[in-house]
Design a protein around this ligand. Structure first.
Ligand code: 13P
Length: 246
């Protein structure tokens, strides 16, 4: 069983002054000997700030997106190699907000995962179904299809990723999946990972979607839930540390 991992996704939030306080409190508040790893994925302009504040601590940092291309005429895009220069361990790829709002396809997400790996970082690959897909009984097929698209591109290197199950209907809604609902999908994903590649059975499987201090313990206690990807609650240090310690 992989060690537990709790990652904050700040999304498009933060400013220099508040980040300073938040990062310092995180660094001070997370014990060096903690059994779990914690990380924060911050907007691109604040990567240097996260690096400056967290270097030498046990808290890791990362980005929330990356270009599928290595360099060149892609105005406004940020290459994985650039992100890696700021000491990032993780890069979130395929978040449902990027799929829904910015038209990211399975193929693009797979290319981004590949770019992150090539740059020496760990992609946190997000998968998740909409409420309509769940209601129609297609939820598991949707997440398996999303996972398979990444495997078809990166092959055995799927064992070097982190996979996050984030049901779209649970993100930012206050309506988390129940531990039973989340565990059921995680079990499907774990089996699928093993089927692809034996070593991928130990890929950390994170749950994301309205995780709070109050529901984290029950979620993290599930057999196939290895931690969480935390949105809104990661902006409050006390709440985030309470989740990480749950
Ligand atoms: P919330 O925790 O705000 O529901 O967001 C989850 C998420 O999207 C993390 O990537």
């Amino acid at each position: 069983m992989p060690g537990k991992l709790v990652v904050g996704n700040w999304k498009m939030n933060g400013d220099l002054r508040h980040n300073d306080a938040l990062l310092a409190d995180l660094r001070a508040g997370w014990p060096v000997q903690a059994m779990r790893e914690i990380a924060v994925c911050v907007p691109f302009p604040y990567l240097w700030q996260a690096q400056a504040a967290l270097a030498g601590s046990v808290v890791r940092w990362g980005a929330q997106n990356v270009s599928e291309y290595a360099r060149g005429a892609h105005t406004g895009e940020v290459a994985a190699g650039m992100v890696a220069e700021f000491g990032c361990k993780y890069v979130i790829v395929g978040h449902s907000e990027r799929r829904a709002l910015y038209g990211e396809t399975d193929a693009m997400v797979a290319a981004k995962a590949s770019a992150a790996l090539e740059a020496g970082m760990t992609p946190i690959v997000c998968v998740g179904e909409s409420w309509a897909e769940r209601e129609s009984g297609a939820g598991e097929a949707v997440v398996v299809h999303q996972l398979d698209a990444v495997v078809s591109r990166i092959g055995r290197r799927i064992a070097e990723t982190v996979l996050a199950y984030e049901p779209v209907w649970a993100i930012g809604t206050g309506r988390s999946a129940t531990p039973e609902q989340a565990q059921a999908v995680h079990e499907v994903l774990r089996k699928r990972l093993r089927k692809h590649e034996a070593a991928a059975g130990s890929v950390p499987l994170l749950y994301g979607g309205s995780v709070k201090a109050g529901n984290a313990k029950a979620l993290f206690a599930c057999a196939d839930i290895d931690g969480g990807l935390i949105g809104g609650a990661s902006l409050n240090v006390d709440e985030f540390l309470a989740i990480a310690g749950a």
